[in-house]
Unconditional design. Sequence first.
Length: 224
Amino acid sequence: MAIRLEKGHRINLVKESGAKLTNFCVGCNWGAIVKKSLFGLLSSNVDVDLDLSCLMFDIDGKPIDHIWSPLYRFGDSNVGLPNGKLDSIDRALHHTGDDRSGDQDGDDGLDNEIITVDLNRVDSNVNSIVFFLNIYNNEDYSGDFSGIPYASIRMFEGTPDKAPKQVFAQYDVATKTECVGMRALVMGKLYRRNGEWKFAAIGDAFPDTSIVNTIGRVMRDYSK
Ligand SMILES: [Ca+2]
Ligand SMILES: [Ca+2]
């Protein structure tokens, strides 16, 4: 049974078998919005672009690495943030790539964006890894989480191209009342305590209209 993540929930990364969970996926599955015509005879899809990202911090809360979509070219402007990339410097984390539309034919059971994690490879200076989700303002959709037919973040063992057999933990974004009117979610963080990795569900939602706001927020409020 998957753990339903709730705000403030802290979990040990231990499987039902008692073995440690060290290799897993953090993924987000979501669907495009289906619009029906008058009388419901015709339908068309509205693309929804969610972006899954993470930031890594050292023990003092200083940001030392990041993963976000390479389509975010902050380095070309003066935002003061690096360009997006899909791999962490230590190669412990990898993002499968920016999905810009969501499922087009209903829930396919696969996560549209996934960050794979190998805790054994994480640089020893990384003390915490914060995962967050944003709605990108594409020309089709600039609404909030509650307008999306389904959206959930989950942690599972397995590979990105197969539907997970066993979901370790899950957080439903589209159905949470605290996500109504919100466009960003600080999902949770992996952190080291006494040499062990643990996971804390954060589940704080914000109305951020740009990922730049959310990155600043994560650096300010969630780095320790
Ligand atoms: Ca995306
Ligand atoms: Ca999907």
